[in-house]
Write a protein that binds this ligand. Structure first.
Ligand code: 3PG
Length: 335
């Protein structure tokens, strides 16, 4: 009766890992902030709004913001936060005194300071799998672009029959495999955490080291997360194993590539191409030195489809409602 924002009777009030729900929370709707420097499609925002408002919460939007200060101000009274690659560090968490949950609408959560989130008693989640087909489609699109010489009118090659190496067989890697098989590619994968049977069931040949993958495949597609172990791990010695005409495709994270070493290698070997959806720090050098062998999208756009925005954005909104109302922590990443 006009009080749908009240925490429903029968639901325990405090699902927030010790963060006290102030009395004001009981008389004011919770605020869910969508803070996206790179905005979702409108249809996705409409879907998020529907989920949030149906739960009795208020939706606030901070889109296309250009300074951290704007984010710091916007999070001040937010109870829940939906982000994409937006940085949520200790300073943002300090500014977000009411915050109980942050959901990264997407897969990689290297943009959230998980230790700080835990210290601030904020639950951090991602929405795994929700945007993976979009990223996989872009990876194949980049491969076609590369083998057709960036559509410059010269004669290129085809993907059919080529050996594709998938570096990490998670949600995106599996979609890449499925689509690549449609192109008639011979698909290999390396993933230390994925059993061989999962790959073989998908018609993919497992290999048992990154070295074997790079040695075997003409095209390698990166799908590893950025972690302390993986940062800089795609280095000179590894990529140097690729056969003549090798193409490295990166729709994962720029940090996993050792840029200085890749530049050195591409100077030694003028047959190699680097195609990336995440502009390297050394973009200017790559562009200047490797014209015709290097391409970077101006803005990371793997997950930038209406479908991926809807899937990931609405999943994030639902996870927030499920957490605040029922304490569900299924996708928590800062346990
Ligand atoms: C992800 O980790 O989900 C992808 O890199 C997509 O990132 P984005 O939401 O910033 O486009």
């Amino acid at each position: 009766m006009g009080f749908s924002y009240l925490i429903p009777v029968g639901h325990p009030v405090n699902h927030t890992k010790g963060k006290t729900i102030e009395l004001t929370t009981l008389i004011k709707p919770m605020k869910v902030l969508v803070a996206t420097e790179k905005p979702f499609a409108k249809v996705a925002v409409d879907g998020i709004r529907e989920v949030v408002e149906k739960a009795g919460y208020e939706l606030a939007l901070l889109e296309k913001y250009t300074s951290k200060q704007q984010l710091l101000e916007a999070v001040a009274d937010a109870d829940a936060l939906i982000i994409r690659s937006d940085i949520v560090d200790a300073e943002v968490l300090d500014a977000a005194q009411q915050l109980k949950i942050v959901v990264r609408a997407g897969a990689g959560y290297d943009n959230i300071d998980l230790v700080a989130a835990t210290a601030h008693q904020v639950v951090a989640m991602n929405t795994p799998g929700q945007n993976s087909n979009a990223v996989a489609e872009l990876a194949l699109g980049l491969m076609v672009y590369a083998v057709r010489n960036f559509y410059n009118g010269t004669s290129g090659t085809e993907l059919m029959g080529k050996k594709l190496g998938i570096h990490a067989f998670g949600n995106v890697g599996r979609n890449v495999a499925r689509i690549a098989q449609g192109f008639g590619m011979d698909v290999f994968a390396y993933d230390a955490y994925c059993p061989d049977e999962v790959m073989t069931a998908a018609g993919v040949t497992p290999v048992h080291s990154a070295e074997e993958l790079y040695r075997t495949c003409q095209i390698v597609s990166l799908h590893i997360p950025a972690t302390p172990e993986t940062k800089g791990s795609i280095n000179h010695n590894l990529v140097a194993l690729m056969p003549n005409g090798g193409i490295l495709v990166n729709t994962a994270r720029k940090e996993v590539v050792n840029e200085d070493e890749l530049i050195a290698l591409m100077q030694e070997r003028n047959d190699l191409k680097y195609i990336t959806d995440i502009m390297p720090a050394a973009d200017a050098t790559f562009r200047q030195v490797f014209a015709g062998r290097y391409f970077a999208t101006p803005k990371k756009m793997g997950a930038q489809t209406a479908e991926a925005n809807i899937n990931a954005g609405i999943a994030a909104a639902r996870q927030i409602v499920d957490y605040l109302q029922n304490g569900v922590t299924k996708f928590q990443v800062n346990k």
